[in-house]
Unconditional design. Structure first.
Length: 326
């Protein structure tokens, strides 16, 4: 294998990386703050047929328990140097930032059902500008549970320097759904609220609502959150929304919504999560779920102004009384 110069590089990820779309996935895994520069290699991986890339953004299959299907990916070395890449399948996850990623450890779920062929031993050696189509076989165990089993296939390249190894990965998402009873469900937990008053007297403050959404069903969905709140007796209501985010089966995501609200000493309201379909999904969605919350909403800056004003008035009254007494 020729030497790979440790200079700045651009990693090419074909497809759109987004938490709410079926897409190619790019994950960069730094080993430490003193990580070396990325290798001067550009590469991409996309779904393919026998002739090469076929325009899809992910591998998507619904498979019966105990059955197997075949597909393919195309890996391209876009650089002017040859390189040897690693190719591995893994289980899919959604990170804290809402982005889809593929775990780097040994797969235990859908990623364990994927076998990639056409490799050169333990790696994939590509000449400069070469594209190779790799056959993919997905074999579902007979006892696999119905529903979504997210996974992905990643193509990686490592760079070493100063005793630190960094692996850069480009991947393609694999949507695996085992045929059977589809049971969509969600739950909202731990809805809390806190109020931050404005430093400007009598101006609205910010009510921050935080809540957890748990996917208790067996298919993925997008969750769109909205919160409404008001002061006592429903006075001066306000509302806010959160960006939609993906929640995988068995997964939990924490979201936060900030909304402007008048400081009326107490704020109360409700947050509602509405499921939405993602990408090319055509599955039933769970019912929306709601949770109530409340929080003190004390207008401290306004109280300070009123207290100062009251103090000035009291002082003026004392002065007037003393003058009259004299």
């Amino acid at each position: 294998m020729p030497r790979i110069l440790p200079v700045r590089a651009v990693l090419l990820a074909v497809g759109v990386l987004a938490a709410l779309t079926a897409s190619a996935s790019l994950a960069v895994v730094p080993a430490s703050a003193a990580a070396p520069e990325p290798p001067a290699i550009e590469w991409g991986v996309v779904p393919a047929d026998a002739a090469g890339p076929d325009g899809r953004v992910s591998l998507r299959h619904t498979i019966d328990p105990g059955a197997a299907i075949t597909d393919a990916i195309a890996v391209t070395n876009h650089s002017v140097e040859p390189a040897v890449f690693t190719v591995a399948a893994g289980d899919g996850v959604v990170g804290a930032d809402g982005a889809y990623d593929v775990r780097a450890d040994d797969p235990e779920a859908g990623g364990a059902w994927i076998d990639v062929g056409g490799l050169d031993g333990d790696g994939l050696a590509l000449a400069a500008g070469e594209t190779r189509v790799l056959p993919v076989t997905i074999t579902v165990p007979a006892d696999a549970t119905p529903g979504d089993h997210p996974a992905g296939i990643v193509v990686g390249l490592s760079a070493e320097g100063s005793g630190v190894t960094v692996t850069h990965r480009v991947g393609v998402r694999v949507h695996l759904q085992v045929a059977g009873d589809i049971a969509p469900a969600l739950r909202i937990d731990a809805a809390t609220a806190s109020f931050t008053p404005s430093w400007i007297p009598f101006a609205p403050g910010t009510l921050t609502v935080e809540y957890q959404v748990t996917n208790t069903g067996n298919i993925r969905f997008g969750a769109s959150g909205a919160a409404e709140a008001a002061g006592p007796l429903g006075l001066l209501p306000g509302g806010g929304v959160a960006e939609a985010f993906e929640v995988l089966p068995g997964g939990t995501a924490t979201q936060r919504i900030e909304l402007p609200l008048a400081p009326l000493f107490l704020a109360a309201g409700e947050v509602t999560v509405t499921p939405i379909s993602l990408g090319d999904d055509r599955v039933p969605l769970p019912e929306p779920a709601s949770s109530g919350f409340s929080s003190p909403a004390v207008p401290w800056s306004s109280i300070a102004v009123l207290a100062a004003g009251a103090g000035i008035i009291a002082l003026a009254a004392v002065i007037v009384v003393r003058r009259r007494t004299r």
